[in-house]
Write a protein that binds this ligand. Structure first.
Ligand code: FES
Ligand SMILES: [Fe+2]
Length: 380
């Protein structure tokens, strides 16, 4: 990669990537036999759960005349539009009935489809697969299937006679909407230099604790990894973890992968903490951050879930507030300045996105912007 003395200027394209799974709603908010509105990538969705508890996602527009299906009836199996009573299978969107048809009118009802999306529940969230916009069949096309399952949080078990037993773990989530594009949401998430200024707290660290850091990164499919390392000794959570394991056996790994996945894993002996944070594009100018964490650390501590949520909520709120302020400055679409090395992850993000789109355009394999391991240095 060429090095410039001048900081790199870059405009975010705010392009929302299709062909990926996205978190749509916390699973606890989606009740049986009810319809809920959601929006992903500027597409309005209606999300529900059938009688058996299985979630589904339809485009929130009737293929007849566009009435939002979320305003209709749902009996746990069939969604009925409130305008002319057309009925659709909740899972595949296939039309079941058009009440206005007379017996001698032979319109092929079962060839009509409401827009339908692959939908899965995973680690406390309802995920929806957003396909590439294909040739529009205008209500006559079946849905695209997802190439694989929705992302999951990595969880670690105990090896026992060749088998991995899943230990008990806690699970919690936090969510916050931010009035910025997906690009700003994501580069804000991976930015190491804002910590001492945005995330100050007496129990965490102050801005005067700023010091030089050096971290190794390596390419992974669709993204990059902050290589597994023993965390710096001056941060509070790592001091706590020493209860469990020798300092040098504590490791942390952070991955980022397109379109929006940040995984962080901390391991200390048989104890682990694992999170999957996503930044989801709602519209071009709005995104939502969802942090979901699973852990078997400190489960004995009363209120450990509440404590963790409290700490995370502080962090997320600080980021949300920062991006709310930032959005005022971004309104007039200024160029960005990305500097080495602190903004290198942000540069990789833009390069990965461009490489992904280029591979899609040409039908060739994606050319990863990193050719091998890289060491970055910054003060934070
Ligand atoms: S708009 Fe839905 S049935 Fe007519
Ligand atoms: Fe932050």
């Amino acid at each position: 990669m060429a090095e410039f003395d001048l900081p790199q200027r870059q405009a975010p394209d705010s392009l929302m990537l299709t062909g990926f799974w996205y978190r749509a709603l916390p699973a606890s908010r989606v009740h049986r036999n009810q319809l809920h509105k959601a929006m992903l990538l500027e597409i309005p969705l209606v999300i529900g759960r059938d009688r058996a508890g299985r979630p589904f996602a339809l485009r929130d527009a009737c293929p007849h005349r566009g009435m939002p299906l979320s305003g209709g009836q749902f009996d746990g199996e069939i969604v009925e539009c409130c305008y002319h009573g057309w009925k659709f299978d909740a899972h595949n969107g296939q039309c079941q009935l058009i009440p206005s048809l007379t017996v001698d009118q032979n319109l092929k009802v079962d060839r009509i489809y409401a827009g339908s999306y692959p939908c899965e529940e995973q680690d406390g969230f309802v995920w929806v697969y957003m396909p590439d916009p294909g040739p529009q069949g205008a209500g006559f096309s079946k849905r695209d299937e997802a190439p694989g399952p929705a992302p999951r949080i990595d969880k670690y078990g105990i090896e026992k006679s060749g088998e991995t037993l899943q230990d008990k773990y806690n699970l919690a989530y936090l969510t916050a909407e931010m009035p910025v594009s997906i690009d700003h949401g994501i580069i804000g998430l991976m930015d190491p230099a804002h910590g001492p200024f945005v995330h100050q707290a007496w129990w965490w660290r102050g801005r005067h604790s700023i010091h030089e850091k050096q971290k190794n990164f390596e390419p992974i499919p669709n993204g990059f990894r902050m290589s597994t390392h023993t965390p710096s000794s001056n941060s509070a959570p790592y001091k706590l973890l020493r209860i469990y394991a020798a300092a040098d056996s504590i490791t942390t790994t952070i991955d980022f992968a397109l379109p929006n996945l940040r995984r962080e894993t901390i391991r200390a002996g048989k104890y682990w903490f694992s999170s999957l944070t996503t930044v989801t594009p709602i519209t071009r100018n709005q995104c939502r951050i969802d942090v979901v964490a699973a852990w078997n650390i400190f489960r004995w501590l009363p209120f450990s879930t509440e404590l963790l949520k409290f700490v995370f909520a502080k962090f997320v709120e600080q980021d949300r507030r920062t991006m709310e302020l930032q959005s005022a400055g971004l309104k007039h679409n200024p160029h960005l300045m990305l500097i080495d090395d602190a903004d290198r992850p942000a540069k990789w993000y833009f390069q990965l996105k461009a490489a992904h789109l280029e591979a899609k355009r040409t039908g060739s394999e994606m050319k990863h912007p990193m050719s091998g391991p890289v060491t970055l240095k910054w003060r934070s």
